[in-house]
Design a protein around this ligand. Structure first.
Ligand SMILES: C[S@@+](CC[C@H](N)C(=O)[O-])C[C@H]1O[C@@H](n2cnc3c(N)ncnc32)[C@H](O)[C@@H]1O
Length: 294
């Protein structure tokens, strides 16, 4: 199988992930991929443009793929998968399909669940519209789950690579070196040293807050200039960047099996990682090329 698009660091295949994983030329990546980072089509109750499957059919389809992906991961590699929420048709109740899918992915692929992350999309439009805007009986559904899975309980990870800036009060504290140490009502005994050491930033939480609004990226400009349809379910580059920095080193291999507009690949390229991508819709790859034009 030949890449339809490549850069110095990456290769993108215009094919389904099933075709890519079963091709002879991809065999060389068995046990070599350090991070699989992806956002597959979500389990929906109505089919989306790019053919999301529904119900049990979705779970079987996804688990067949995620089981095969395990063989391509390096022993200390990670598999990070974003799965959105889903709602039942006609009633204001949530579907448990995404949770059932996660449990089946974990069980059939023999994965450990390292940690759950939430991506809180602050710009998410109110949905499901009928229940939120019209009947006013539910509130905005504005996050997706990002599940960090791995082959071993301690895959490669370093939270020092994803430190956030200190808050202004923490910066003041570090300057003054005065901390009210001692026993708290929670019975935690807070030692002074641990709180006034400058660790170059604070350890981030597993809630990633990021709006999905970008009006000035090379991707958007390129699509507009070339009259290419925008991908309807793009992820912000920041989210991919966070996991690539956290779970890989320079020169490692990152694979996005449901690559869409090549967001993961843009981030891997910028961070000097090698990348691989599978996407069956050529129009999304054509648009994604705009991410590599400076
Ligand atoms: C949620 S989107 C990914 C969006 C991507 N993260 C981005 O930021 O652009 C899922 C993608 O999976 C693709 N897809 C659907 N079935 C697939 C399959 N069997 N193999 C690979 N990709 C598939 C769809 O065409 C779609 O672009």
């Amino acid at each position: 199988m030949r890449p339809v698009f490549q850069t110095r660091k990456g290769k993108c295949f215009n094919a389904s992930v099933e075709e890519v994983l079963s091709s002879r030329s991809f065999l060389k990546y068995k046990g070599k991929i350090n991070l699989i980072f992806t956002s597959p089509p979500f389990p929906l109750n109505r089919k989306k443009k790019y053919g999301n499957k529904i119900g049990q059919e979705y779970i079987s389809w996804l688990t067949n793929i995620t089981k095969s992906l395990n063989e391509f991961l390096s022993p200390d590699g990670s598999f990070v998968i974003e799965v959105g929420n889903a709602w039942e048709p006609r009633e204001p109740v949530m579907s448990t399909l995404p949770i059932e899918a996660l449990l089946e992915v974990k069980r059939t692929g023999n994965y450990f669940l390292c940690q759950q992350f939430i991506w809180f999309n602050t710009a998410k439009l109110p949905s499901p519209a009928q229940w939120v805007n019209v009947d006013r009986v539910r509130v905005k559904d504005s996050f997706t789950n990002i599940w960090w899975l791995s082959k071993v309980p301690r895959p490669k990870a370093d939270n020092k690579q994803v430190l956030s800036d200190y808050s202004s009060s923490m910066q003041k504290l570090l300057k003054s070196k005065k901390y009210n140490a001692g026993l708290r009502p929670s019975e935690h005994n807070i030692g002074e040293e641990s709180f006034i050491t400058d660790n170059q930033g604070s350890i981030p939480s597993n809630i990633l807050i990021c709006a999905n609004t970008q009006s000035n990226s090379s991707y958007l400009r390129y699509c507009k200039d070339h009259n290419i349809e925008l991908h309807p379910a793009r992820m912000p580059v920041y989210i991919a960047e966070f996991f690539i920095k956290f779970l890989t080193n320079r020169g490692d291999i990152v694979f996005d099996p449901f690559a869409g507009s090549l967001t993961t690949c843009e981030s891997a390229e910028r961070l000097d990682r090698k990348w691989l991508a599978a996407e069956p819709e050529i129009k999304y790859i054509e648009g994604g090329k705009g991410r590599f034009i400076s």
